[in-house]
Design a protein around this ligand. Structure first.
Ligand SMILES: *Cc1c(COP(=O)(O)O)cnc(C)c1O
Length: 231
């Protein structure tokens, strides 16, 4: 137990250092980048440990696995739903997760709007974009984005905060960089005609293998699973 805790603390320190170094290289402030600990592979104890080490943002991709952790830690962390969200699971996560990173279709927006109205709350979301074009990835085709945002603007209960993407696993660095750069370009293009209070700020991009590239390309949130939690 003691041993594992030392290791987790050490890994956290290393990740913090790498994030700080990437920010420095990119001429960015450290506080422009939020480190999300992705605890989907982790035990309840490891999740509590990383939270107590001061990582206040936790990411999960399935409610079944998040449940025990959510019930233990409650609303003290900021909870990020990062996985594909099935429409019939909206009822489980709404009101519990502070940010849903995977809004990728209108049927999901419909259900979020409906449940949010029932519960009288607002839902913060990121729109997931499939820039790499991989068949296996969820997310909108970049070509669909403008129309999707136009329609979304009529959903009074959904606040879109930005965009999310995933780069292909083990792609060459140049390809990963191109994908992250494209997400940023999309965000900036969408902001041109948006009211200041509707500005998209967040870019959730970068995981254990590519978070430094993502930070150099403008990520505001990196989602770290294996490299940070490793258990
Ligand atoms: C699992 C997962 C992560 C974390 O992946 P690692 O490579 O272990 O850091 C990040 N984002 C999403 C969407 C995930 O599903």
């Amino acid at each position: 137990m003691q041993q594992a805790e030392v290791t987790l603390a050490e890994r956290k320190r290393q990740m913090e250092q790498r994030i700080a170094d990437a920010c420095e290289r990119a001429g960015r402030e450290r506080d422009e980048v939020c480190m999300i600990a992705v605890t989907k592979y982790s035990s309840l104890q490891a999740t509590i440990d990383i939270f107590e080490l001061g990582v206040g943002d936790l990411g999960e991709s399935r409610w079944q696995e998040a449940k025990v952790k959510w019930e233990s830690l409650g609303q003290r962390p900021r909870w990020h739903f990062i996985g594909h969200l099935q429409t019939n699971k909206v009822k489980d996560v709404i009101g519990k997760f502070d940010l849903i990173h995977s809004l990728d279709r209108l049927s999901l927006a419909d259900e979020l709007q409906r449940k949010a109205e029932q519960l009288d709350l607002f839902v913060d979301c990121l729109v997931q974009v499939n820039i790499s074009g991989e068949e296996s990835k969820y997310g909108l085709d970049p070509q669909e984005i403008v129309d999707f945002f136009e329609t979304l603007s009529t959903y009074s209960r959904i606040n879109v905060r930005g965009l999310m993407t995933m780069a292909p696993y083990e792609a060459p660095e140049a390809e990963v960089r191109r994908i992250f750069r494209e997400l940023r370009r999309l965000r900036d293009a969408l902001n041109v005609n948006r009211a200041p209070d509707k500005r998209l700020y967040e870019l959730s991009m970068g995981m254990s293998d590519d978070f430094e590239i993502a930070i150099e390309e403008g990520a505001t949130m990196v989602r770290l699973g294996s490299a940070l939690m490793a258990d």
